[in-house]
Design a protein around this ligand. Structure first.
Ligand code: TYM
Length: 329
């Protein structure tokens, strides 16, 4: 079987954007691949975090993976910081990455603008750690939202550069983005992406939101006054809702447009809200049951770390040997 790696940063809360862009596809792909899904805690500290909150949130994120339907028996689930090989490979890869290519990363530029008081080196080398995450496991496929495309491109470039010097050490990974929903937009500002750290709670839906909250946020979603359910350039608000509806119901855009021909935004929002409520209801219920089982959760991430370490150390040993480091014996 081919290999999948993906991860989510434990910041804010897991949104409908993360779910549609990534998590839902992990669930769909898990039977056909050997998968590793990580809570990428090392990445999250590029922005200051409260320690107690971060610890709690890491566990909550792992449990949300399970609640979404990720099978802990079939897949390797772990915290990135439990597998030291990520940081080790990251150092090596940073010596094969140019300052110029890192400074062209749009996410880096965005973060610099948002966190002007803390532009740390980790923010800059973030894509190198992400490359290490992926390349450590000889990953074939990386299911992510379209905002990660540039990071995947640099991962491939770093891998090819290394392979060019040392032979075939790394598998060159491919990205996987969903047809509908690769970029879910904010419900309040539909020209920017739905973000888990948006201070305006009406801009995003958490996958653990109650049905009431989901309905309220979708009803309040910003649209224009056109009242046409049709994907058209410049109509970002309604386009976004159509995308969300298409991703959840798996209906084609053209079928949705036909279904709501002659109806207005009110009717459509009602249908989108119902679809989202029903999609997320079982997730919230499973989450509320699972989060209480501390022993079970611990067993999963301990087992996951061991399994991931075993795979990661194979790649890392090979890398060290190729580089010319003395064998540990
Ligand atoms: P993160 O934590 O920002 O987001 C997690 C996943 O959700 C996707 N996503 C979205 N998809 C659609 N619409 C949106 N509005 C939206 N917002 C987020 C992201 O594309 C991502 O797939 N750098 C990564 C985490 C990471 C990673 C990795 C991912 C670290 N190492 C290795 C894959 C492989 C990030 O910040 O994702």
């Amino acid at each position: 079987k081919k290999i999948i790696f993906s991860g989510i940063q434990p910041t804010g809360c897991i949104t409908l954007g993360n779910y549609i862009g990534a998590l839902k596809n992990w669930v769909d792909l898990q039977n056909d691949y050997n998968c590793l899904f990580s809570v990428v805690d090392l990445h999250s500290i590029t922005v200051r975090q409260d320690s107690a909150l971060l610890r709690k949130r890491c566990i909550e994120f792992l449990v949300q993976y399970l609640a979404c339907g990720i099978d802990a028996e079939k897949n390797i689930l772990f915290f990135q910081s439990h597998v030291p090989q990520h940081a080790e490979l990251s150092w090596v890869l940073s010596c094969f990455t140019y300052m110029g290519e890192l400074s062209r990363m749009t996410q880096y530029k965005d973060k610099c603008a948002k966190h002007a008081d803390n532009i740390n080196a980790g923010l800059f080398t973030y894509p190198v750690l992400m490359a290490a995450d992926i390349l450590l496991y000889q990953t074939d496929l990386v299911p992510v939202g379209s905002d990660q495309k540039q990071h995947l491109e640099i991962t491939r470039d770093i891998a090819m550069r290394f392979n060019g010097v040392y032979g075939n050490v790394f598998k060159i990974p491919e990205g996987f983005t969903p047809k509908a929903g690769a970029r879910i937009m904010s419900l309040q500002e539909p020209t920017s992406k739905m973000s888990k750290s948006d201070p305006n709670e009406n801009g995003f839906i958490s996958i653990l939101d109650t049905p009431d909250a989901i309905v309220r946020k979708i009803k309040r979603a910003v649209t224009d006054s056109d009242n046409l359910i049709k994907v058209r350039e410049g109509h970002d608000g309604i386009n976004n809702l159509i995308n969300i509806y298409s991703a959840i119901t798996k209906k084609e855009i053209s079928d949705i447009e036909a279904e709501f021909d002659g109806k207005g935004y009110g009717d459509f929002k009602q249908s989108v809200a119902e679809a989202a409520v029903e999609e997320l209801r079982p997730i919230r219920e499973r989450y509320n049951a699972l989060i209480k089982d501390k022993a079970y959760i611990e067993e999963i991430y301990k087992k996951g770390a061991l399994a991931a370490q075993k795979l990661a150390s194979r790649t890392l040993s090979k890398v060290h040997r190729k580089l010319g480091f003395v064998d540990r014996k």
